[in-house]
Design a protein around this ligand. Structure first.
Ligand code: MCA
Ligand code: AMP
Length: 498
């Protein structure tokens, strides 16, 4: 297959900047020199875990795995014991790639550890990508939450990465001249595939902030960065400070492209940013399993509140509960059916951008596709007459999007129930200005709750799963509302009023 990173393997761009994390950076030549020997070393490994801190080491480690044709499993370095244990026993990596100074938790100490050396001497060597890696070979296994149970590993083939990044290049006129700035985590599709592999596929540069901040964004946009990627919480935080910060407004006004994704950006935040900067934020819609499906195009009409039109190569349809198609819009031809901006159906997609399977979960993989091979996203939407997609909700209320992270109510409930002071637990997502949704726990305690139990339960979830999965609010109740069958009626819970 053709290489995933032509600029890296050709050697033509050796002197061009590729990656920058704070003060540390690599040109394409240096990236080739660092990743080539690492690729050689892991070529015969099974899966390779990557301790995905927001650093050069993570980027080099993932690039090396892709060059070697070995699937990489990015790990959230803040994963709690139970989540990390599940991911390791499910994906069974043989090696873990980490930075020299990283302290790895116990379960990872059992694996062979390779410290990534980003400043390998002898810069300038370029390595051809593994010629044997076919297009449908696994490139990444990315863990994503469902409504119940632990996260599932979505197996993402090389083809999907190439297809999605090239479709975005078409929609955004994204070239090697672009310099991207972002502060997204590197263990999810948004930050890793779009935010690191995207610029590298184009032969352009990325500057990672390590941690998102308005100052960091302004500094980089004032210093030549042309695009920014972020989740709505980041744009909301920018919108909150824009009024009093003329310099930030000027910096954002300089950007060629401001892109938001992973959750809906409220129209109010779109409007505040446009009013202050003169720039429109472009939304795109994707999923771990599908990579990117739709986007507002730079040559199209920006329409806040929509996620744009299907990307090249993506087929999209809206489907009724009974399986009948309401409307469709795909690669071939104009929108058909009820493209009236009112008829709601589940978004189903197909195309080269899709994952191949959930690792070790043939049942879940089969359930995710229709009989005729379309992927059920679980997102509900309407289609406008000109093909713009407007997401109106989600099929499963037990999936929560907080800060752009997808979190299953079930996994948090299970973690809460493991705590000795919890007799019963239910978890809901409530609207939150900053996070989109905040996680709220409803707990029936064993006996009278200690005043500190709320924060203890929150810490317990952070330790077991991950800090972003911790309940932001914990309510104590005498009993949970249940129906005649004993099922918890979440809709009958009082609204969280914070
Ligand atoms: C807080 N912390 C704790 C606890 N409480 N640690 C342990 N125990 C606790 N009880 C720590 C956190 O680890 C963190 O540490 C710090 O306190 C702040 O945490 P938090 O409040 O959760 O973070 P935040 O500042 O509110 O983060 C907002 C954020 C973040 C930066 C917007 O939510 C974020 O990065 N979101 C991006 C999500 C994303 O990339 N989604 C993509 C998946 P420290 O200070 O060390 O950080 S979706 C996807 O990929 C699809 C394909 C798509 O369409 O894009
Ligand atoms: P994840 O499983 O973490 O990859 O999250 C995928 C989900 O994020 C999708 O199914 C959508 O619900 C949501 N999502 C992603 N981008 C957008 C967007 N621009 N607007 C609304 N929802 C989005």
């Amino acid at each position: 297959m053709s290489p995933l990173f032509p600029a890296l393997v050709s050697g033509d761009c050796a002197a061009r900047p590729a990656l920058r994390f704070g003060e540390r950076s690599l040109t394409y030549g240096e990236l080739a020199a660092a990743s080539a020997p690492l690729a050689e070393r892991i070529r015969d490994s099974g899966r390779v875990a990557v301790w995905a801190t927001p650093t050069l080491e993570t980027a080099v480690g993932v690039v090396a795995a892709l060059l070697a044709g070995v699937p990489a499993v990015p790990l959230n370095p803040k994963s709690g014991e139970s989540e990390l244990g599940h991911i390791l026993s499910d994906s069974r990596p043989s090696v873990v790639l980490a930075g020299t100074a990283d302290e790895l938790p116990d379960p990872l100490r059992e694996l062979e550890r390779i410290d990534v050396d980003v400043h390998h001497p002898g810069g300038g060597t370029a390595l051809p990508e593994a010629p044997e890696a076919p297009e449908d070979a696994a490139a990444l296994v990315v863990y994503t939450s469902g409504t119940t149970g632990p996260p599932k590993g979505a197996v993402i083939p090389r083809r999907a990465i190439a297809a999605t990044l090239d479709a975005l290049a078409d929609a955004w006129q994204w070239t090697g001249e672009d310099v991207l700035v972002h502060g997204l985590p590197l263990f999810h599709v948004h930050g890793l595939i779009l935010g690191i592999l995207g610029p590298l596929r184009r032969g352009g540069a990325v500057r990672h902030l390590g941690r998102f901040s308005a100052e960091g964004v302004a500094r980089e946009l004032n210093d030549g960065a042309t695009m920014m990627f972020g989740v709505p919480t980041m744009y909301h935080r920018l919108a909150e400070v824009l009024d009093g910060d003329v310099e930030l407004a000027k910096a954002l006004g300089r950007a060629r492209l401001l892109v938001s994704g992973s959750a809906a950006l409220p129209v109010h935040d779109h409007e505040r940013i446009t009013a202050a900067t003169g720039r429109r934020v472009i939304e795109r819609y994707g999923m771990t399993e599908t990579l990117m499906n739709t986007s507002v195009r730079v040559d199209g009409e920006p329409r806040p509140g929509t996620v744009g039109v299907p990307l090249p190569g993506v087929g999209l349809r809206l489907v009724e509960e009974d399986g009948s198609t309401i409307a469709a819009y795909g690669t071939d031809g104009a929108p058909t059916g009820f493209c009236d901006g009112e008829s709601v159906g589940e978004i189903q997609v197909r195309g080269p951008n899709l994952f191949t399977e959930y690792l070790n979960r043939p049942d879940a993989t089969a359930a995710a596709f229709t009989e005729d091979g379309w992927f059920r996203t679980g997102d509900m939407a309407v289609l406008d007459a000109d093909g713009y997609v407007r997401i109106v909700g989600r099929k499963a209320t037990d999936l929560i999007k907080s800060g752009g992270y997808k979190i299953g109510a079930g996994e948090i409930e299970n973690a809460l129930l493991e705590h000795p002071a919890v007799r019963e637990a239910a978890v809901t997502g409530e609207p939150d200005e900053d996070l989109g949704e905040r996680i709220v726990a409803w707990v029936v305690p064993e006996g009278a709750p200690d005043p500190a139990l709320g924060s203890e339960l929150s810490d317990h979830v952070a330790r077991r799963l991950a800090p972003h999965k911790r309940p932001r609010v914990v309510h104590f109740l005498e009993s949970l509302p249940r129906n005649d069958m004993g099922k918890i009626l979440k809709r009958a819970l009082p609204k969280d009023a914070e």
